[in-house]
Design a binder for this molecule. Structure first.
Ligand code: CTP
Ligand code: MG
Length: 233
């Protein structure tokens, strides 16, 4: 049998939640008496695929994460809780720097996506094992249009080739850390996910796998209500 691949997970939870608009960042609001961030960490802790977890958060929240989540729920796979940065890519980079250097794969996940499941982790593992990259996605049921600044349509991509991207995004550790190290200020413009860094900085193809319709990112208050309903089932 092949040796177990060492899988690290970097969970980013250093955002301010500007669009959500609450005083407490959305990843720390409660669902069923537990913070949003608890749920994805729990799925990672419970999975045999995942060997270590790195949490990235902001200075004000380090104590809370340590005491009220990691200690309280005895999350023993958590190896480090580190400080994030101003942009999501700064936070991811900080997390990657704490990953065990012998890791094979790293799962990068948004702390604001509480509906992570074992099925998603497994499909991601199967894909990254085969291709070296694995990005959770779901087919777009809406037609997507590209416009110019005046909202005039310039093109309409074939809907069958349009996907909505989620996390986790999983990469060979050596590939993603090298790509992050090589980022210039120019490369950072308009970066909205980790896969874009692989696309811009390497020749490796980025492979998608089916995430889940339920795997929403909490962005606005309505999303929190949806997550509450789904998690109470
Ligand atoms: N994130 C982070 N560090 C940042 C920005 C974002 O760790 N500097 C994390 C968020 O905490 C979240 C994930 O990245 O788990 C996805 O980001 P997003 O949904 O954009 O969250 P926020 O940036 O907090 O929200 P907003 O953009 O509305 O301010
Ligand atoms: Mg943001």
């Amino acid at each position: 049998m092949d040796e177990k691949k060492f899988c690290s997970a970097v969970v980013v939870a250093a955002g301010k939640g500007t669009r959500f608009g609450s005083d407490i960042p959305k990843q720390f609001l409660e669902i069923g008496g537990k913070p949003v961030l608890y749920y994805s960490l729990k799925a990672l802790c419970d999975s045999d695929i995942i060997d270590e977890i790195i949490i990235v958060t902001s200075e004000e929240w380090i104590d809370f994460v340590t005491e009220e989540i990691v200690r309280k729920y005895e999350m023993e796979k958590v190896q480090a809780i580190v400080l994030g940065g101003d942009e999501r890519y700064d936070s991811v980079f900080a997390g990657l720097m704490s990953v065990d250097i012998s890791a094979d794969y790293v799962y990068i996940h948004d702390g604001a996506r509480p509906m992570l499941t074992e099925d998603i982790l497994r499909r991601g593992f199967e894909t990254v094992s085969k291709y070296g990259t694995a990005v959770a996605a779901i087919p777009s049921s809406d037609t997507v249009k590209i416009t110019d600044e005046d909202m005039t349509v310039t093109s309409t991509p074939d809907r069958n080739s349009v996907w909505r991207i989620q996390t986790p995004q999983i990469f060979e550790y050596d590939m993603i850390i090298k790509a992050y190290f090589s980022l210039t200020d120019e490369d950072k413009k308009g970066l909205t996910d980790d896969a874009m860094i692989i696309e811009r900085k390497t020749d490796n193809p980025v492979h998608l796998f089916i995430g889940s319709e339920d795997n929403i990112k909490i962005t606005s208050p309505g999303d929190l209500e949806i997550a509450k309903q789904k998690l109470s089932k």
